[in-house]
Write a new protein. Structure first.
Length: 312
């Protein structure tokens, strides 16, 4: 029989992140939302907790953990606030992970330690205004001029690119043409502050108001040829590999959001009175909460087991 309970190490991590989310994030995040401000203090605390380094080896400045540990942290953060959760998810899965997986030793030594400590954030430059995240439709171009790449184009809806602590953006760009006539796509590291690299004003969003999302413009941006990330022409394959794991992390974030909705539903069913009793005492409401709990899957039973019987 399979045992889905967490081992002691994972459970300790889950509890630590849960306590941080409830005690540090929940009381202040509403103010950040109202101001559409980035929560630098919370990010610094997450960095000190080692959350940005969870899936990276210790020799790179990470915690020596795994992707499951990251997903646990994301779920508990998203259970309180998805802006903070997506900042961690994008900073790790999309920002630092390409450097870890495809970077040279020099690139890893230069960028990963600060990224693992949460002292800086990296961005994932794939999506474009006219093509979404369809890398095949990439129009941003990079031309090799001597020992430098010259990049022109734009990216849209990029997370963590416009904060006060950015370090780089990895950009997918057309660098030539394959023998079969298709676009040759490569990935190039563009450090923040490079001349010609402009972070445009942030988007006005309905949700995730405390996360950082911007359009990026590249006008004659020059970076060293050594900033090529991975093999030339492997940009499409590499980014697909990064996105595969990124989707797992987003799934963990979504599960946390679902749990938060269920928690709120159960609390409301227990506190909302109609006709002299809590609405959760009605089977229709109780069964609805129970069905939501089953759909949520395995996890802790924070206030949820009550939903399987009258919520009195």
């Amino acid at each position: 029989m399979l045992d889905f309970r967490l081992n002691d190490e994972y459970e300790a991590l889950r509890q630590a992140v849960r306590e941080f989310a409830v005690e540090a994030v929940a009381p202040v995040i509403g103010d950040y939302y109202e101001r559409h401000a980035f929560p630098y203090d919370l990010i610094r605390q997450m960095g000190k907790m080692g959350l940005f380094g969870l899936p990276f080896p210790t020799e790179s400045g990470g915690e020596g953990g795994d992707y499951f540990a990251l997903c646990l942290a994301l779920e508990e953060l998203a259970r309180v606030d998805s802006s903070v959760a997506i900042t961690l998810e994008a900073g790790v899965s999309l920002g630092a992970m390409p450097i870890h997986r495809f970077g040279t030793r020099e690139q890893k030594e230069r960028w990963l330690p600060a990224l693992c400590r949460g002292e800086s954030l990296a961005a994932f430059g794939l999506t474009e205004p006219g093509f979404g995240s369809d890398a095949v439709g990439t129009t941003t171009r990079a031309v090799l001029d001597g020992d430098e790449w010259v990049i022109n184009g734009s990216k849209a809806f990029i997370t963590n690119a416009g904060t006060d602590i950015p370090s780089l953006v990895t950009v997918t760009a057309v660098t030539g043409e394959n023998p079969d006539g298709t676009k040759e796509l490569s990935t190039i590291i563009v450090p923040s502050g490079t001349p010609g690299f402009t972070v445009l004003p942030g988007y006005s969003k309905v949700g995730w108001c405390a996360s950082d999302t911007h359009e990026l413009a590249f006008d004659g941006v020059r970076v060293p040829a050594a900033n090529l990330l991975g093999e030339r022409g492997r940009g499409f394959a590499n980014f697909l590999a990064v996105l595969d794991k990124g989707r797992i992390a987003i799934s963990a974030l979504a599960v946390g959001c679902i749990q938060a909705c269920l928690d709120a539903s159960v609390d409301y069913a227990k506190s909302r009175n109609a006709f002299g009793r809590p609405i959760g005492s009605n089977q229709a409401v109780a069964f609805k909460c129970a069905d939501m709990r089953v759909a949520r899957g395995t996890g802790d039973n924070h206030g949820v087991t009550i939903a399987a019987r009258p919520l009195t």
